[in-house]
Design a protein around this ligand. Structure first.
Ligand code: 5GP
Ligand code: MG
Ligand code: MG
Length: 189
């Protein structure tokens, strides 16, 4: 696929198999999510918690689209497991800088696959007595329905394929792509 029509590909073009979601589709969805969330949280201040590193681009665009006063915090977790599936055993690499007691916390996630990481995170954050706690995930894969994780806001349901771009990496590459795509099989070799 030539990604010329999709804007800058940062030199990754030859690795891209197909584009699942264009920059325009992503930005339009962020506008919709932001409008919904601004109306749901009218009159409140929202504390956005971005899960590093995958949610960084989403956080940056979403915070600008959301017409409410918001604060930003980041958390980094690592889930033990293989490279492609998580075990639900999570380690905090970077905790929040601040107390979230009585705050309206909205967790921003890049993608929910098994849901195990998020399930652990919600239990952890929920124990800190926030005024409210919800999740907004840009992407959700089919397996996510198997775990009961209450995710109020979802951008896109996508097929069970490994995707990169817009924050999502393969071996720390491709996060800087403005769109979401799959990689050619030879890239994994
Ligand atoms: P789970 O929901 O299985 O506990 O884990 C979700 C995490 O796995 C995501 O935050 C992301 O880091 C990683 N992940 C799951 N599916 C994909 C994918 O298709 N592409 C990339 N780059 N990471 C994924
Ligand atoms: Mg994530
Ligand atoms: Mg990753």
């Amino acid at each position: 696929t030539s990604s010329g029509a999709l804007g800058p590909d940062h030199g990754y073009g030859p690795d891209i198999d197909h584009v699942l979601l264009s920059e325009e589709q992503i930005q339009a969805k962020i506008g919709e999510l932001a409008a919904q969330i601004a109306s749901d949280y009218a009159g409140k201040e929202v504390l956005l918690v971005g899960v590093l590193k995958g949610a960084v681009l989403f956080m940056s665009d979403f915070a600008r689209a959301l017409q409410l006063p918001t604060q930003m915090e980041f958390m980094a977790v690592s889930s033990y497991g293989s490279a492609t599936s998580s075990s639900g055993v999570v380690r905090i690499l970077k905790d929040l800088d601040r107390d979230i007691t009585d705050k309206h916390v909205l967790v921003l996630e890049d993608i929910i696959d098994s849901g195990l990481t998020l399930s652990w995170l919600l239990k952890n954050l929920g124990g800190r007595q926030p005024a409210s706690l919800e999740v907004c995930a840009l992407l959700r894969k089919p397996d996510a329905v198997k775990v009961e994780v209450p995710v109020k806001y979802i951008g896109f349901d996508i097929p069970n394929e490994f995707v990169v771009g817009y924050g999502l990496d393969y071996a720390e590459r491709y996060r800087d792509l403005p769109y979401i795509a799959t990689l050619k099989p030879e890239v994994y070799q």
